[in-house]
Design a protein around this ligand. Structure first.
Ligand code: ADP
Ligand code: MG
Length: 232
């Protein structure tokens, strides 16, 4: 569970200061999914980086299961990132020149597993996102929607407690957007993950169990949709 209080993030930029986040307070429950929408520049990616322990807030606390990520040592933060947080970066973040299965297996390298087990788990994670027929296709040869499926498998293969995704349907055609949205809804329903997805896509916003709207680094609105397929 995330519990954020007064999270502010300022960047120095061209002699001035940009306030990317301005006093964010929110909770994301275990097994709950929060979709964050907002115009470009509203702070979605900054919020995800802070939730993922990749950046620290300028002010405020970012509690994950009672531990404040803002004040942890880099070493403990790295460990939490490795063991507990699965991330789908903007664009998917796959490594070209490597197959779908190699990309997913690579996410297990920091964990102490035998290579055969990494390979087996990668195949399983890819089958779970419907990529069983393209295990050995190079990342750059996959269609954009398939790349996002692989990116999701890559984030989930280590069985994290947290899933963070930055605009997972961006740049996809309508059919692929609907498929990826469906996949996220399934993941929300089947796994007890603490999940935050940033998007501007109606296909995902319409399925969100909870929806936060960011505007200029603030939570402008928070809504809950009990009728959504995934609960939350
Ligand atoms: P979104 O993902 O919603 O488009 P971002 O979190 O990327 O929004 O950006 C929020 C604001 O913070 C924007 O004004 C952006 O230019 C600024 N910003 C983000 N990262 C940096 C950075 N590393 N340095 C300076 N400004 C940044
Ligand atoms: Mg962004």
């Amino acid at each position: 569970m995330y519990h954020l209080t007064g999270v502010t993030k300022c960047y120095r930029s061209g002699g001035g200061v940009v306030r990317a986040l301005d006093g964010i307070g929110l909770c994301v429950e275990d097994g709950g999914a929060l979709v964050v929408q907002g115009a470009a520049g509203s702070g979605k990616s900054t919020l995800l980086r802070i939730l993922g322990g990749l950046e620290r807030p300028t002010r405020g606390s970012v509690e994950l299961d009672g531990t404040d990520l803002a004040t942890l040592t880099e070493c403990r933060l790295a460990r939490i990132r490795t063991e507990s947080i699965g991330t789908v970066p903007s664009g998917g973040g796959l490594t070209p020149g490597f197959t779908a299965r190699q990309n997913v297996a690579g996410a297990l390298l920091p964990l102490r597993l035998r290579p055969a087990d990494r390979w087996e788990l990668a195949g399983e994670a890819l089958r779970e996102v419907g990529m069983d027929k393209q295990l050995d296709v190079a990342a750059e040869e996959l269609a954009a929607g398939a790349r996002q499926r692989v990116a999701l498998a890559r984030a989930l293969v280590k069985r994290p407690t947290v899933l963070l995704a930055d605009r997972p349907t961006a740049g996809l055609d309508a059919a692929a957007r609907a498929e990826i949205a469906e996949l996220f809804v399934r993941v929300w329903g089947e796994r007890r993950l603490t999940c935050v997805v940033a998007t501007e896509d109606a296909a995902l916003v319409g399925r969100a169990p909870r929806l936060a709207t960011l505007s200029e680094g603030r939570v402008a609105a928070m809504a809950r949709y009990p009728s959504a397929a995934a609960g939350g």
